[in-house]
Every structure is written in C-alpha cells, then in structure tokens.
Design a protein around this ligand. Structure first.
Ligand code: ADP
Ligand code: MG
Length: 656
C-alpha cells in the first residue's frame, strides 16, 4: 500500500498552490496588460471587454450547471438585475461605480437566493421551469416599468468607474504611469478592470473546486442521498451554489452596463439566458476553462462573420451564405455541439501534451501509512444504543412497517433479516431520517431522532450504506472517503478560497486519515481509481470506508451482500467484524442468510412489516415462523436470487 504513495506525482507546492497555477496566472496577467496595448483599437477593445464580462457569468453558470448539475435558464434575468441595479444606483443615486458593482452583485445574489429557496425544495424539472419564467418576467418588467427602467428607450449616461481620479470613459486617453508613461485609452483601462475581475473569478472558481467545498458540490450532483448521509445539507448547498452563480451573473451584468454606458430592455430577452448557457455548454461544462473558451469563441465568431459579410472579403460565391451570418452562426453552433460532446475544453484535452500543461492541484503528502488506531473509528467514549420503538411506516394503505421495535445495543453486530418487501430498507430509511415514521420513535441514547434530516442524523453519529450502492461515481476512491470527513473538517468557505494554513493542514491530515481507512479495509492501492470503474464488491468496501470516515457510533449496512459474489461476501464479512472490533455498533440488513448468521451477535426477523422473531443466530435459524416466512419449508438457505432488487448503479464490470 505504501507503493501507491511513492508513485504519486508530487508538484512543488507553495501554500497549497502548485507552481503550474502560479505560472498560468502570471501568463494571464501579462496577456491582460500587454494584449490590449498591442491591439489598441476601439472595436477590438469592445470585443475583449465583452469576452471578459461574459466569462464571469459563464464561470458562475458552469458551477451551477456543470458541477452542481442544476440547469438554469434564468441567468440572463440575473444578468439584467445586475445591469439595472448598478445603472440605477449610479445614475439615480450617484453612488461611486465601484460600490455599485459590489451592490449590484449582492442584489443579484439575493434575488437568486430568493428564487432558489422555494424552488429547490421541490425535486424534478422545477428549477428549469421557474428560471425560464424568471427570465421572461425580468424582461417584461424591464420593458414595461418605464418609470424605473425607461423600457426600450433605455437608461443613458451610465458612468464608468474612476481610476486614479480619471473616469475611464470621459477621457479618451490617460497615462497610468504618469506624464511620461505610455498613453492608454479609457477603453483599454476599462478592459483591464473587467479582465482582472474575470481572472479573479476564474481563480475563485478553481479554488472553490479543490477542497472540501468543491468535493461537496460534485458529490451532491452525483448522489444527493449519499451526500446527506455524510452530513451535507444538500438543500443549503444547492441554494448556496445558485446564489454564488447569481452573484457572478449580476456582477457580469453590472460590468456590461458601465461598459456600454447605456442599457435598453431589448437586450435582456430570454435569448440572453440561452446565450449564457450556450457559452458554458459549448466551451465545456464541468471543465475549469470551458467557460472562458466558449465565451471567447462565441463572442468573436458572430463579429467575425459580420465583418466578412460587410467587407465582401470572400469570393462572390460564398457571399450569400455570409450575408446571412446569423444562419451560419446557428449552423456552426449545431456542428460544434455534435462534434464536441464535452465542449471545446473537452476536445482540447484530447490534444497530446496539452493536458499536462494544466496540472491539477496536489496536496503535500506524508509518505508513511500509519496503522489505524481504533480511536479513529470509535467516536468518543459514549456509545449509545439505537432504539426503534414501535415504528409504523405507512405508504397510503400499505403498512411497510407495522409496529416494529428494535434495540441495537452498543458494540455488537445486529442482524435484521426478512424476505424481499418485508420492510428492511424502509426501516433503514426511518432510522437514518430519510423517512419520517407514521408512528413510533427513533432514539439514539436519550436523543429523539424522528424529525431529523439525514444529515443531522449523520452528525449524531449514525450513518449507513445503501442496498443500491451510492458512491460519488466520478470521484476517486480517496475523494469518496474524503467526503466522509465533511463534518469533521473545520476550515470554512473563505479559508478554502484563500487557502489558509488550516486549509492546507486539514487537507493533508485528512488525506492521510483517508489512506489509513482504506488501508484498514485493504483497498489502499485503489485510492486514485475512479469509484465507478471498480467491481461491485470493491465499491461496497469504498462505501463502508466513506461511512467510517464519519467516525460513526452506529453503522447501518443495507444488504451489503446484494449483487456480489461468494468470495467478496467473505471479504465483506471480515470487514464487518473488523469494524465491530474497532468499537462501531453495526446493524446489518440482509436477505442472504449465510452472511448475517455468520457475523451477527443478535438477529431480528421481519415479515410483512412486523417483527416475527428475535434472538441469537441459532435461535433464529430454528424459528418456525422465520422458516415459514422465507420459504415455507426448512430449507431456508436456498434463497431465490431472482428476487434480488437490481442494483441501480451496477457498473459494467460487475455485471454477472
Ligand atoms: P425490503 O428492503 O425488506 O426488501 P422495503 O423496505 O424496500 O423492503 O419495502 C417494504 C414495502 O414497502 C414494499 O412493499 C415496498 O414496495 C414498500 N415501499 C417502500 N418504500 C416505499 C415508498 N417510498 N413508497 C411506497 N411504498 C414503498
Ligand atoms: Mg431492501
């Protein structure tokens, strides 16, 4: 297992930032300052400014659509909110433009949060629908509330900010380095402002995506229920990401308003929302540089086509096509979407050598794999009993659980068996806060857990695995386990943004602990493997490792043997005992008798939502009601495999 560690790439690190990122940033800063001086021409500046401020909105939208996995068709509306807010603050209230930018972004963020708060409570396509409606409503308001927005007539004379006492629009030229320095137009200076903000936003996004918060955003996209069981409040996370993307859309809109100096309602139709989404998708959703690539190409492309049309540069035969440049633009868009399913950034990654230019962030590593102390697992000395008292769970007329009592005593392995459909998974869902029971009480020690959400139950030290494995599929095995540490990590959002010492310390420390846990389950060699590429049995172990990372007092395993073969079942049995010996209380739900009977200290049996028996494994095996419930005869070890629920996320490698 040590070999994995020594084999891994070690990029030089400065305060958690790789040299590659520093060099890349330096190149970007240089390009921002030198580029426009070379291209000093009002038309080019206009285009560069557009690229810069649209990139800001696109980066925010990529966080939402790409990484978080929620589609918004309302960001054009939020862009409009930012533009109008900033324009009105400047023209009506005469506030300093720098302050307007900040306030406009905050207002858009607030509007975004208000939009997300009720919408994200619901599941399904509501967000897309509500955001479409929002886009349209914003346009209608901009169009018809003429007292405020002046509608199609527009708000004029929106000032640019001042820099060193010079307003960036009033003067045509100014000298940033004093009277002897080079002469720069106000347009170039404004581009510098917008582009530096865009660069800051790009760095912000990159930092956001490496570390605890980025892992969480990715995790929520891949499995909401699993995110909850490691203690993430999925709802708060989704609203938060939506608000962040709204702030960036608003900032983008504000920078636009002060660039053009005048805004009209016609700019903010539903098309704006679609346009922003196309920047992201075409550039490459869920890639770091997709938004800037997509925005650059799609801002330049129509301008270039327009220019070709205007100057009749092409041969006469091509002219008719070019004259209808919008049609051509549309055709090119469709072509791009078909040929580059992962966007342009995705296509670029395929170019040999290019991927290596953009090194991922690596944290410093300790080389040694320490042995896992039992203390790591047993979270504190107190190990309360988990009690389910007279639980009823009705789905309409169906009594999935009808007065079931379970008493899970600390430090033991408890089995819960029963035929398919007897209510086992329902019990797990009640115990972990996924379902609110119709009647009865769930207690952990003295704490009543009935009305807690899954992430609060996790925070109390009760966690679980799933009958249909719920891993964060695109994340590595190590990152999956790191997600389990979510509640134990202390560094906050802003600490991650600026990469404080605590951020670096905790990331390093918990990486080590994750490796320790993987070593404890004999899968340390798989740390860097993408979770979904593992066979089913190993995925189970990863799921258990992630659950153990919480330092749970109770671990509930829902059918750990479902869909895995005999030798893997042996491995899982061993792991279950090892975890119990480390001090964790275990409730194992099964339907495969051999596994439960082999490991359990105590077993309860369910049938049709009622507890029909409890006792030692030997007593249960001899119990007439259990035998009857299972097969109607004494041969209860021959179980009908066909009735197993199909695993929802079984990878191809596990198909058998
Ligand atoms: P087991 O895990 O023992 O195979 P389950 O707990 O999954 O059984 O299911 C018990 C019964 O409850 C089944 O009849 C199932 O169809 C029903 N059930 C479970 N969850 C729901 C739900 N969310 N809505 C309606 N019925 C459900
Ligand atoms: Mg089940």
């Amino acid at each position: 297992m040590t070999s994995v560690w020594s084999r891994r790439i070690k990029a030089p690190i400065f305060a958690g930032v790789s040299v590659g990122s520093i060099v890349l940033t330096a190149i970007a800063v240089l390009a921002i300052f030198v580029g426009p001086v070379l291209l000093n021409n009002a038309f080019y500046m206009h285009i560069l400014q557009q690229i810069a401020f649209y990139t800001i909105a696109a980066i925010g939208l990529n966080l939402l659509v790409g990484y978080q996995g929620q589609v918004s068709l309302g960001h054009g509306g939020l862009f409009a909110v930012g533009a109008y807010a900033s324009a009105l603050l400047a023209t009506r209230l005469g506030m300093p433009v720098w302050v307007d930018f900040v306030l406009a972004a905050a207002i858009a963020g607030l509007v975004g949060a208000l939009l997300a708060l009720p919408t994200l409570r619901a599941k399904g396509p509501y967000l897309a629908m509500v955001t479409i409606a929002f886009s349209i409503v914003t346009f209608v308001v901009a169009q018809s509330w003429t007292d405020l927005t002046r509608g199609p007539e527009g708000i004029k004379n929106i000032p640019r900010p001042e820099w060193f006492g010079v307003r960036l629009s009033d003067v045509r030229t100014f000298r940033p380095l004093g009277e002897d320095g080079p002469q720069i137009t106000g347009d170039v200076a404004y581009f510098w402002v917008v582009a530096l903000v865009a660069l800051a936003v790009q760095i912000f996004a990159n930092n956001l995506l490496t570390g605890r918060w980025g892992r969480t955003i990715n995790a929520v996209r891949q499995s909401e229920i699993a995110s909850e069981t490691v203690g993430v409040s999925v709802y708060r996370m989704k609203v938060g990401v939506f608000a962040v993307s709204a702030v960036l859309a608003g900032l983008s809109g504000a920078l636009f308003a002060h660039q053009s100096g005048y805004i009209v309602s016609d700019t903010f139709t539903f098309n704006k929302s679609v346009e922003l989404l196309v920047f992201v998708i075409l550039g490459g959703a869920r890639t770091l540089f997709g938004p800037v690539i997509g925005t650059t190409v799609l801002v330049i492309l129509p301008e270039a086509l327009k220019t070709l049309a205007a100057y009749s540069i092409l041969p006469a035969a091509a002219q008719p096509f070019v004259e209808h440049y919008l049609l051509l633009y549309g055709a090119l868009l469709i072509l791009f979407l078909i040929t580059m399913p992962n966007g342009m950034a995705g296509a670029l990654r395929g170019v040999p050598g290019l991927a290596r230019l953009l090194p991922p962030l690596r944290m410093p590593e300790r080389r040694q794999v320490s042995t896992l102390a039992s203390a790591e697992l047993a979270n504190g000395a107190t190990r309360p009993a988990l009690v389910a008292d007279d639980i009823k769970m009705y789905f309409g007329g169906l009594k999935a659980l009808d007065g079931v009592t379970l008493n899970v005593q600390p430090g033991k392995i408890h089995g819960l068996i029963g035929p398919n459909g007897s209510g086992k998974s329902t019990m797990v869902n009640v115990l972990t806060g996924v379902y609110r029971p119709t009647g009865g009480q769930v207690r952990l020690g003295e704490t009543v857990m009935n009305n807690l959400s899954p992430h609060s139950v996790a925070a109390l030290g009760v966690t679980r695995t799933f009958q249909n494995i719920q891993l964060f599929k695109d994340l590595s095995v190590l990152e999956n386990v790191m997600m389990g540490f979510h509640l134990r990590m202390r560094y906050g959002f802003f600490e991650q943004m600026v990469r404080t010492g605590r951020y670096v310390r905790e990331e390093t420390e918990y990486r080590q602990r994750a490796m320790d846990l993987l070593a404890f389950l004999d899968i340390a060699h798989l740390a860097e493997v993408e979770a979904q590429s593992l066979p089913y049995g190993l995925q189970r172990l990863v799921e258990i490792a992630r659950a153990l990372a919480l330092g749970p007092s109770v671990l509930i395993l829902d059918e750990p043997a479902a869909g895995i073969n005999a030798s893997e079942i042996d491995q899982v049995s061993q792991v279950i005992r090892r975890v119990r010996d480390a001090g964790v209380t275990i409730l194992v739900i099964e339907h495969h008798m051999d596994l439960v009977m082999g490991v359990s200290d105590h077993v309860a049996a369910l049938d049709y939502g009622k507890r029909i028996a409890e006792g030692t494994p030997t007593e249960i095996q001899a119990n007439a009601r259990v035998i009857e419930a299972y097969l109607g005869d004494a041969n209860m070890f021959v179980l009908p495999e066909a009735e197993d629920e199909a695993p929802a996320v079984a990878p191809a490698t596990a198909a058998r």
